[in-house]
Design a protein around this ligand. Structure first.
Ligand SMILES: [Mg+2]
Length: 257
């Protein structure tokens, strides 16, 4: 019988809203430093996220808005702005200018207290992932994570299950005893490809994606009395008390497929 042994978190969009509150803000500050009259709002940035890669995203926007015609050397400018943007992003996360999403701190602590194994599996670069986790959880909380996998540790990125298969090996658990918490469809496919249970905590940039196949879809991990969460799908036969708890994760592990 399946029994909950490990909880694996994706980072971007699950632990923190890194796109909306980190990368977007860093882009805007870099644009300002370079005297470019560009400011990406939350909604605009959501559309631009369809273009993968920061440099590609900038190029797409400059061309779309016809701004590239006024720039002498577009390639060099993009490269320089992107370099500065990356530095600013590291400042934002290192200085704690970005907070945890609701319920994350509580659930991580509960998992630790319940002697569950904890992991983070992210496609973001290793330095950014470790800096963010250290800042948001403090040294003590950071130490609770048994496995942190980031960046180019795997060859095939999500939706390929490689990163979750590697996590399972490093955690020394079997996949049926793991719950993955993701925020988007690629993450869901990766978790399911590795044979794991998957809970989706949606955010403003992923809420309209197709989450069929997810074991549970919720608006956030939630904190009773502070940040309410709602079940969007998969709540049948679960005892839900307004936030995601270890007891609820155990129910998710044990539920019928
Ligand atoms: Mg994510």
């Amino acid at each position: 019988m399946a029994e909950l042994e490990a909880v694996i978190f994706d980072q971007d969009g699950v632990i923190a809203d890194t796109e909306r509150d980190g990368h977007r803000v860093a882009f805007n500050r870099a644009f300002k430093e370079f005297n470019l009259n560009i400011e990406w709002g939350v909604k605009t940035y959501g559309e631009l996220l369809k273009v993968g890669g920061g440099k590609e995203r900038m190029r797409h926007y400059l061309i779309r808005e016809g701004l590239d015609k006024n720039i002498e050397d577009v390639d060099t400018l993009i490269k320089e702005v992107h370099k500065r943007k990356t530095e600013i992003f590291m400042e934002i996360i290192g200085e704690g200018q970005m907070g945890l999403r609701p319920g994350v701190a509580r659930l991580v602590r509960e998992c630790h207290d319940a002697n569950l194994k904890l992991a983070v599996c992210s496609t973001a670069n290793e330095r950014a992932v470790n800096t963010l986790l250290r800042t948001l959880f403090g040294e003590k909380g950071y130490g609770w994570f048994d496995v942190i996998l980031a960046g180019d540790i795997v060859r095939a990125k999500k939706p390929d299950p490689e990163i979750y298969n590697l996590a399972k090996e490093k955690l020394a658990v079997s996949s049926i005893n793991c719950v993955v918490i993701e925020d988007n469809r690629n993450g869901l496919l990766a978790a399911k490809g590795a044979g794991m249970r998957c809970i989706i905590t949606v955010n403003s940039y992923t809420q309209s994606e197709d989450f069929s196949g997810a074991d549970l879809v919720i608006t956030s991990l939630g904190d009773v009395g502070r940040d309410k969460t709602e079940i969007l799908a998969g709540g049948k036969n679960l005892t839900f008390e307004g936030q995601i708890t270890v007891s609820l994760l155990r129910q998710v592990i044990g539920k019928e497929k």
